[in-house]
Design a protein around this ligand. Structure first.
Ligand code: NIG
Ligand code: FE
Length: 421
């Protein structure tokens, strides 16, 4: 994955470093400060960022080595940290456009799920898929993420709901991390739905997740995080708490799908169990938001899911104003958000949640890095960080959101190597 030659990027109209937030995620007004260097330059070597500054500074510092480097002209463009997607259901089989059509005819997401569709439909497909099929479908999605400037994704299991398939999903994610240029961080989400055969006895399924699956996840080192779908009709806050607390015993960091469809005190629970992040939060209560701010739980917001479910978005503006560190994600999955365009999610964050273009960038870089516990490696352009970099073909960062729904990605550098150009 390493490039032999150093790379010198120069004359970036705006070099968006998002520097200074590696210890703690940015909050409130900090989210607006992108630490931009005008006419910026970078020196990249051995997969790392070696120097950050103006073109003049970096050029004179490395003047005797310019002829051995790959020179990238960023004139008229912006250069920013590779985008990070901290919440995806990357590994699954099949698609659900039929349900999309049903929803356009009036059915709701939960109705479809309660009638055996939704997550259950994808579970059936994912169980039936061979390891190789799952690998190939997921790889196609990763390729698409990369073309949109995304260099790291989190990937959840949760379409197995039995150990064999949960394990298959996590192993596919592991192999893709090794083989694909994109880095993948794994989350176990055995508690994504109550499988059909446990409908009458969901507590028994909770017991299996806790006593049979979690120990295996830890023993085989299959994931770093433990997530649960806390939602009326899926897992109660009590069941969710048990699962998340049990995961902690095995060193798995809690995450939670919270208050997505109905208010259900998921945000409050995230604060109580010390989750690193709470995700969705469309219906998070005022108290939940306050508690998240107090405990510095990152709010991972997924405005694409609200858009695709035709629901009102999370109160992103309020969360930031109340001091919640906010990150953004696609939620890439076949039911509620079948997209890999993180840039479009940034557009939606501005249009539907009142976030500023600068906040949207912070939310997809350093704050997203925090949401997956990688803030000392990625998420900003600072000396010593991984050279995960994206060049966008717009003259300033506001145009990323202004020319919405377009892919401005012009070049992607991953681990110090040019991988998209
Ligand atoms: O984040 N809410 C639960 N899980 C996913 C959707 C999964 C699916 O519909 O397949 C979500 O929205
Ligand atoms: Fe999700």
């Amino acid at each position: 994955k390493l490039s032999e030659k150093p790379i010198f990027i120069h004359h970036a109209n705006e070099l968006i470093t998002v520097a200074g937030g590696s210890d703690k995620p940015f909050k409130r007004e900090e989210m607006n400060n992108l630490h931009i260097v005008k006419d910026g330059a970078l020196w990249i070597e051995n997969g790392q960022i070696m120097a950050v500054g103006t073109t003049e500074e970096i050029q004179s510092r490395y003047s005797d080595r310019l002829n051995e480097s790959i020179i990238v002209d960023a004139t008229g463009k912006i250069v920013l940290p590779g985008l990070i997607d901290p919440h995806t259901h990357l590994v699954y089989a099949g698609s659900r456009e039929n349900e999309f059509n049903m929803r356009l005819n009036g059915a709701t997401y939960m109705e479809i799920m309660n009638n055996g569709g939704g997550i259950h439909a994808t579970t059936t497909r994912t169980r039936a898929a061979s390891y190789e099929e799952l690998l190939s479908e997921s790889k196609t999605r990763l390729d698409s993420f990369l073309k949109h400037g995304v260099t790291t994704v989190e990937a959840k299991s949760g379409y197995g709901l039995d150990w064999k398939t949960e394990k298959k999903q996590l192993e596919v994610a592991k192999q893709l991390n090794e083989e694909h240029v994109i880095d993948i961080v794994r989350t176990f989400m055995g508690a994504h739905a109550v499988p059909a055969n446990f409908k009458e006895n969901p507590d028994e399924f909770v017991r299996i997740v806790i006593e049979e699956m979690l120990p295996q996840v830890a023993k085989e080192n299959l994931a770093e995080f433990n997530d649960v779908f806390c939602e009326r009709g899926v897992f109660t806050p009590e069941q969710s708490k048990k699962i998340l607390e049990a995961g902690k015993e095995y060193g798995l960091i809690p995450k939670i799908h919270a208050d997505e469809i109905e208010p259900y005190e998921g945000a409050e629970l995230a604060a109580d169990v010390g989750a690193i992040s709470a995700e969705h939060l469309l219906r998070a209560s005022d108290t939940g938001i306050k508690k998240m701010a107090e405990k510095e739980v990152i709010g991972v917001l997924l405005p694409g899911t609200a858009f695709f479910l035709m629901a009102d978005s999370a109160r992103g503006r309020k969360m930031i104003d109340e001091g919640v560190p906010v990150a953004l994600s696609t939620d890439c999955n076949p039911g509620s958000s079948p997209t890999t365009s993180l840039p479009f999610i940034m557009n939606l964050a501005c249009m539907k949640m009142g976030m500023t273009p600068a906040e949207a960038i912070t939310a997809c870089t350093i704050n997203a890095a925090h949401a997956i516990n990688r803030s000392n490696e990625i998420g900003s352009l600072e000396i010593g960080k991984k050279a995960d970099i994206v060049m966008m073909n717009v003259p300033n960062y506001m145009q990323l959101q202004y020319h919405y729904g377009m892919n401005h990605t012009d070049m992607v550098i991953k681990n110090g190597k040019i991988v998209v150009e």
